[in-house]
Design a protein around this ligand. Structure first.
Ligand SMILES: Nc1ncnc2c1ncn2[C@@H]1O[C@H](COP(=O)(O)OP(=O)(O)OP(=O)(O)O)[C@@H](O)[C@H]1O
Length: 257
């Protein structure tokens, strides 16, 4: 009679457990759905930009387009960041699923912070500094021949850090000190590599219109942006000349309607 005792397996293989990461919807746009979530560890905040399939497109064409847009956006972000241009870090790309996980910037858009800043005591100085940072960031971007494609004040974020400190150790009163830590350019979904002065001038024009439509002091603010832009982008003269042409065409279009 053979020994019938079963020999226990040295180890058991348990199926990989998928831990669902909570996702908070930030924005559902026409092209993409943006969530705040985490990446790898629950302590690492991340932003997920997901391009869902479009039922109205042919499935093969749709998959190809999604893959192309995802890779294009990720490549531009990675290229910009490697050149020291302030953009979110890319953590992970799954182009066939239409997903990009990237650094989640804590802060608000320039569009949202401008008015609040101007109302604060000493706010004008802060706004001046902000315009310089914006001009420098866009100047560096164009010097690297990267065109944003949708350069509005909503697509430039002000990174903020909240520091907690004790006001008075005896009272143990905790105060929160909010610090602005520079600007970050986001949303490169319509971006491209281009050496064309026209493309760069259109970027500037779009930004100028974004200021004009949201802020009464737009002219002075944008002037500061352009000054910093020219300082950080040494070969910007032809772009500035082209900007005049783009403005004229824009005005003509507005007049004709
Ligand atoms: N890296 C980031 N960190 C924090 N918030 C972000 C980040 N990227 C995007 N957001 C937020 O999500 C919103 C939508 O993101 P994004 O502009 O990239 O998507 P979109 O659908 O292409 O938008 P749009 O319709 O403006 O083109 C932004 O306006 C911003 O509030």
């Amino acid at each position: 009679m053979g020994d019938t005792t079963t020999i226990p397996a040295p180890f058991t293989i348990t199926p990989a457990v998928q831990i669902p990461t909570p996702k908070t919807l930030i924005k559902q746009g026409a092209e993409a759905i943006v969530y705040r979530t985490t990446y790898l560890l629950p302590t690492i905040p991340s932003l997920l930009k997901y391009r869902p399939p479009k039922a109205y497109r042919h499935p093969i064409l749709d998959a190809r387009l999604t893959k192309h847009r995802c890779l294009s956006e990720a490549r531009l972000l990675i290229r910009a960041r490697s050149l020291g241009i302030p953009v979110p870090a890319v953590y992970f790309v799954d182009e066939s699923r239409g997903e990009i996980y990237m650094e989640c910037i804590e802060g608000d858009s320039v569009r949202d912070v401008l008015d609040d800043m101007l109302m604060q005591e000493g706010g004008e100085g802060k706004v001046d500094a902000l315009m310089v940072k914006m001009g420098e960031a866009v100047g560096k971007l164009h010097a690297a021949d990267i065109v944003h494609g949708d350069l509005t004040t909503s697509n430039v974020m002000v990174r903020r850090k909240v520091r907690k400190g004790l006001l008075c150790a005896a009272q143990e009163e905790v105060v929160e000190h909010v610090e602005d830590e520079g600007v970050v350019l986001i949303d490169f979904g319509l971006g491209s590599m281009s050496t064309a002065e026209e493309d760069k001038a259109v970027d500037l024009y779009v930004l100028e219109r974004a200021f004009a439509s949201t802020h009464p002091k737009a002219e002075k603010l944008f002037k500061d942006v352009l000054e910093a832009y020219q300082r950080s982008y040494k070969k910007s003269k032809p772009v500035m000349r082209r900007l005049q042409g783009v403005r004229m065409r824009g005005r003509k279009r507005t007049m004709i309607g």
